[in-house]
Ligand binder design. Structure first.
Ligand code: ZN
Length: 371
């Protein structure tokens, strides 16, 4: 199936592109300002199969071929998959046509380079709509176990993403990359990004970071998850009358500077012992998921030992299965008996040591008493 060019710009509906040159009338190509197959193209030697394929694809999908954007090239690569070497030849042909026409070449973005190397394209950054970020900040909780724990992390992620920090950089941030001075948070990056306090504590970016960093610090320094769970359970809901933690005199938690700012949380609310950062793809997924949908709802896992209620009285105690075999047990008993035989003379040796120590004490006392 092919689709026709749209006067409103590129089509966005999902499509299956099949390349059949003969189905594309020459006037259609002419309408799009393209060199027709087999004809000179602004000085470009015609007949290059790669350029013809791209020009035809642009004609049927409604994309501008000259100049083409990197997004257009990426969509072309996606619709007409091929080996990386073939994609490289196609891009060389596209570049040659741009040079000949005297227009800027499609930008070699990270996504384009990924595809040319045969890797999955890194997430394409799309600006987060301000109204959806605001709605997400109003919806995501900072209190109540377990959603307040995930909510704090995702709120921090959203305010950093909305400030324009690239997803790849967000994934690499550590807690120490966030500083707070007079309510203004600064995120370390090639070009540092600042987050100014908002009027409403619910939407305040620096406050979202402070709430998350305090919870992260508690999670990393508490012996049990139940401590964190209790603290987040007791935390009041954030609303318009909540204090601005960004203006608190309490400094940001210390001692976690090297920890990833946004580590993954497992479904039971645990962090890894040695937390790794979220991948750029996960950062993108969370940012988009929280701003385009209702977001994930997390439930407390009843099997989590920390949260398991005590068994009712009279419940028979079933011993946990042992990983040892009868052979292991017999060998352990034999080793223990051998050790006992080896240590049989220890009692006598200790008695003799006690006797000598008592004799030494007696002589010391005699010397001290000697005028
Ligand atoms: Zn604030």
């Amino acid at each position: 199936m092919t689709r026709q060019p749209s006067a409103d710009g590129p089509n966005t509906a999902p499509m299956q592109y099949s390349y059949v040159t003969s189905r594309n009338p020459p006037d259609q190509l002419a309408d799009s300002g393209l060199p027709a197959a087999g004809a000179p193209a602004g000085g470009v030697a015609a007949g290059g199969a790669e350029w013809v394929l791209f020009a035809d694809w642009c004609a049927v999908t409604g994309h501008a071929p000259l100049p083409a954007t990197s997004e257009t090239v990426l969509m072309f690569f996606g619709d007409c998959p091929a080996a990386p070497a073939t994609l490289g030849r196609r891009l060389t042909a596209i570049d040659a046509a741009h040079r000949a026409a005297g227009v800027p070449l499609p930008e070699r973005t990270g996504q384009v380079r990924d595809v040319l190397r045969g890797r999955p394209a890194r997430p394409v950054r799309q600006e987060l709509p301000a109204d959806r970020v605001e709605a997400a900040l109003r919806r995501l909780p900072s209190h109540g176990w377990i959603n307040g724990w995930f909510g704090r992390r995702d709120r921090a992620l959203l305010v950093v993403a909305q400030a324009g920090v690239p997803y790849r950089r967000i994934a690499a941030l550590t807690a120490g990359d966030v500083t707070l001075i007079d309510g203004v948070a600064t995120i370390a990056a090639t070009r540092p990004v600042t987050l100014h306090p908002g009027e409403d504590p619910v939407e305040c970016g620096p406050c979202a970071l402070v709430r998350w960093l305090r919870a992260l610090h508690l999670a990393l320094t508490s012996p049990a998850t139940r401590t964190l769970a209790g603290a987040i359970d007791r935390a009041p809901a954030v609303d318009g009358s909540s204090p601005h933690l960004c203006r608190s005199r309490r400094p940001l938690p210390a001692g976690i500077a090297e920890v990833p700012l946004l580590p993954p949380i497992d479904p039971r609310g645990y962090l890894a012992i040695d937390p790794r950062p979220l991948s750029p793809h996960s950062v993108s997924h969370l940012a988009r998921g929280n701003t385009t949908g209702p977001g994930a709802v997390h439930r407390v896992d009843p099997q989590t030992p920390d949260e398991m209620p005590p068994p009712p009285p009279g419940t028979p105690v079933v011993p946990p299965p042992t990983p040892y075999t009868v052979g292991d047990w017999e060998q352990a008993v034999a080793r223990r008996r051998a050790d006992q035989a080896h240590l049989r003379g220890v009692d006598r040796a200790l008695d003799e040591t006690d006797r000598k120590a008592a004799e030494l004490n007696r002589r010391i006392l005699a010397l001290l008493a000697d005028p």
